[in-house]
Design a protein around this ligand. Structure first.
Ligand code: DGJ
Length: 728
């Protein structure tokens, strides 16, 4: 090995060291903490030191995972490429590097097996914050067809990765965490739903045993793709550990005719000392995009849980007026405005304003909304169709199905074949017309069913890949034509959350469940991928429509506070006091949203499971806001101390509980800091109230992160908001 046989990519506190010796595909020697300026001979020694040992019973040339590990390297585990020609021929290519180029932040490799007729291109890039992206392409150079079963990126893990974390879930409860030891074998998370799915894990993490939000080296991998995908963590009997990630191709979907190329989506890897740091790498990367939403995120009123399908100009105008009064800035008309859509059994596909409900179109409502100073947003679900619709009756051939039968329906609906040129053109024309003819600033783009038997009707061939790329093309074209319009990705709540869709949308709807107790985990684990400003977080009715649980407004608002804040309840039914309360929360959110939407998300690792502590700390450490939540009754009372992590160690912070979240509960005793001591809370029923002052204390970031403060005494299912401002 010579000094030029090693490439060292560095960015954002991350090093990626690649052994590029010989004519074989590069091998990752290290992915993780920055190794600093290292001379070529030390790098070359590192690559040598990391070469695996030859062992009894093993191969004579021990191997490690390359960027595309295959059998011809001696690789006996999950391969980077699975595929063959008719009869299984060329199932085991041996790639030779033809061209390799790199700079400090990226590498581009072209390799070929001329006999097998395959050329592979691998792109590796480190983003500003050290986020690692990989993308692979495979070209079929022969005249006969080559069938790609899988083309996946490989992310090698350090030996310390001993525990796995991913999330599962369902409609109304997305992103439930699950952990397990990372033992020899394979842990696979696959989506076959035609969208990532409510159960999809956004990232598959592997880290040191017991890693948490704040500590433990952890690596996570994500597929930036809105269709079927697969993430798999593998530990081998040869001490290799890695995650492979790629699109999950249906049988035949990866068929390459002569000269054709299949390209994977971007597969993305992050790492950190704790999950918060790993998440920050993703957030910083997204925030560095020129297209990242940077204007203040408008406080939103969504009509769904307020009126459902009961669309009526006067009722909705009153709702908009009530919203404007409390400081709402965007009014979104949800499902129910288009032809035949009186409930969820009919109408999808008929994207014309319903003449019965809206005899003068949407203009009268839009004019009233905009006259109040609010933006107007509209719900659509373009990829879907009800069989009971004019569209389905006219064009059954535009609907995905394998032939003689319809796939099992979901929410009484089927799915359009966006890759059908006429279906695509119809949707583009309809959406373009709606946006051109109406003053619409925002689309809530929904997608309410998993795909099944998704086949192009004419050929019977699988269509998820094609419809996913067609969806991207449709969004891209609409955004080109209407650059000012923002789009939300909603899929029965959070069933389509990925960096592919986030490239084309300004926010995601986290979940249809807005019960704050459920939202706590959901938002914390969604936030591992999605920065707060892109997460729709709403205050709903006092009694949650999805859980039946009652949650006071203050609790709901505190839990929603950091996100893209909104309201989803019929404000006209709230009394004046409740509306005034809500207005105070809207004002609080607006006062701090610049911090929430640019700062670093921090989550304290729970000591007492009844308590949740999370916050946002400004990049320069000058200010922070934390929400301290009492989820359930604690086993001890008082709970004891909680730490506020992520602050700047030597900075002194003035700490105070912020109104309107400073009321202890129904007794309404005011929470405050006890003079000269730890903060005390008003006890729920006739306990000791604070001294009534809003004055707090001054503590250093290190004290707050190491010693902590006493958790205020709160009723179960309530929260306080704490502000920290650096002393100059
Ligand atoms: C599912 C979404 O998640 C809801 O917010 C709402 O838009 C309904 N669809 C409308 O059908």
């Amino acid at each position: 090995m010579t000094d030029t046989d090693v490439v060292h990519l560095r960015a954002g506190g991350t090093s990626l060291v690649l052994d590029v010796s010989g004519d074989r595909l590069p091998v990752v020697v290290h992915w993780g903490a920055d190794l600093g300026e290292v001379g070529p001979s030390a790098l070359s020694s590192l690559a040598r030191a990391a070469r695996p040992q030859r062992v009894s019973g093993g191969l004579d040339e021990p191997t490690r995972a390359s960027l595309l590990p295959v059998e011809s390297d001696g690789w006996q585990y999950e391969p980077g490429l699975s595929g063959s020609r008719a009869g299984g021929v060329d199932f085991s290519p041996r790639f030779t590097v033809l061209d390799r180029r790199n700079d400090e932040r990226g590498m581009h490799v072209v390799a070929q097996d001329a006999k097998a007729g395959l050329t592979v291109t691998i792109e590796v890039a480190l983003g500003v914050s050290g986020l690692l992206r990989q993308r692979l392409s495979l070209r079929n150079d022969h005249d006969t067809e080559y069938l790609v079963a899988a083309l996946q990126a490989t992310f090698p893990l350090p030996a310390t990765a001993r525990e796995l974390l991913d999330t599962t879930g369902r409609h109304l409860k997305e992103r439930s965490p699950q952990r397990q030891p990372f033992t020899v074998g394979e842990h696979v998370r696959a989506s076959r739903r035609g969208r990532p799915g409510a159960d999809a894990t956004l990232l598959l993490f592997a880290g040191e045993t017991g890693f948490g939000f704040r500590s433990g080296t952890v690596h996570g991998v994500h597929a930036a793709w809105s269709g079927n995908h697969r993430l798999s963590a593998v530990r081998t009997s040869t001490a290799d550990a890695f995650v492979v990630a790629g699109e999950l191709l249906a049988p035949g979907e990866g068929l390459l005719r002569a000269g054709e190329t299949y390209t994977t989506p971007w597969l993305v890897g992050t790492w950190g000392e704790g999950l918060d740091e790993a998440a920050a790498r993703i957030h910083d990367d997204l925030r560095a995009r020129p297209t990242h939403p940077s204007s203040p995120r408008p406080v939103t009123l969504n009509t769904w849980e307020a009126v459902y399908f009961d669309h009526d100009l006067e009722r909705l105008s009153a709702l908009a007026a009530a919203a404007a009064e409390i400081g709402v800035e965007r009014f979104v008309l949800d499902d129910g405005w288009f032809r035949h859509r009186r409930d969820d059994t009919a109408g999808l596909g008929d994207w014309f304003v319903d003449e019965g409900v809206w005899p003068d179109g949407l203009t009268p409502l839009i004019e009233r909304v905009t006259a109040l100073g609010l933006e107007f947003g509209l719900w659509v679900e373009p990829e879907m169709v009800n069989l009971d619709s004019d569209l389905a009756r006219a064009h059954p051939e535009w609907i995905l199905h394998p032939g003689e039968r319809w796939p099992v329906s979901g929410r009484q609906q089927q799915v359009l074949d966006l890759a059908h040129p006429d279906a695509f053109a119809y949707l583009l024309e309809r959406l373009d017309a709606l946006l051109t003819e109406n003053d619409i600033a925002y689309l809530k783009w929904d997608h309410n069913r998993d795909l099944l038997e998704a086949a192009h009707a004419a050929s019977g061939r699988p269509a998820v890949h094609d419809t996913t790329t067609a969806l991207y093309a449709l969004l891209d074209e609409l955004r080109r034509r209407h650059p000012g319009v923002e789009i939300e990705s909603c899929a029965s709540g959070g069933a389509r959350v990925d960096l592919g869709i986030l490239e084309r949308t300004e926010r995601i709807w986290v979940s249809d469940c807005i019960d704050p107790l459920e939202r706590l985990d959901n938002q914390a684990y969604t936030n591992l991928l999605v920065p707060a400003e892109m997460m729709g977080q709403h205050v709903g009715a006092e009694r949650s429509h999805s859980t039946g649980r009652t949650a006071p407004l203050a609790f709901q608002a505190a839990v929603a506070l950091f996100g893209h804040f909104g309201i989803e309840t019929d404000l006209t039914r709230l009394d004046e006091d409740a509306r005034a309360d809500l207005a105070r929360w809207v004002a609080l959110h607006k006062r701090h949203r610049a911090l929430f939407h640019t700062g670093r998300s921090v989550h304290a690792d729970p000591v007492d499971p009844s308590v949740d502590v999370r916050g946002v700390v400004a990049d320069d450490g000058r200010e922070a806001v934390f929400v301290l939540t009492q989820r359930t009754a604690s086993t001890t009372l008082p709970v004891g101390r909680v730490v506020l992590p992520g602050l700047f160690s030597s900075t002194e912070y003035d700490v105070r509980i912020l109104p309107p979240a400073d009321l202890a509960g129904p007794g309404q005793s005011r929470l405050a800091w006890a003079a000269g001591g730890m903060p005390v809370g008003g006890a729920p029923a006739g306990g000791v109230p604070g001294d009534g002052s809003a004055d707090g204390m001054t503590l250093t970031g290190r004290m707050l992160g190491v010693v902590g403060v006493e958790m205020p005494v709160l009723l179960p299912a309530s929260a306080v908001v704490v502000e920290l401002v650096a002393r100059s």
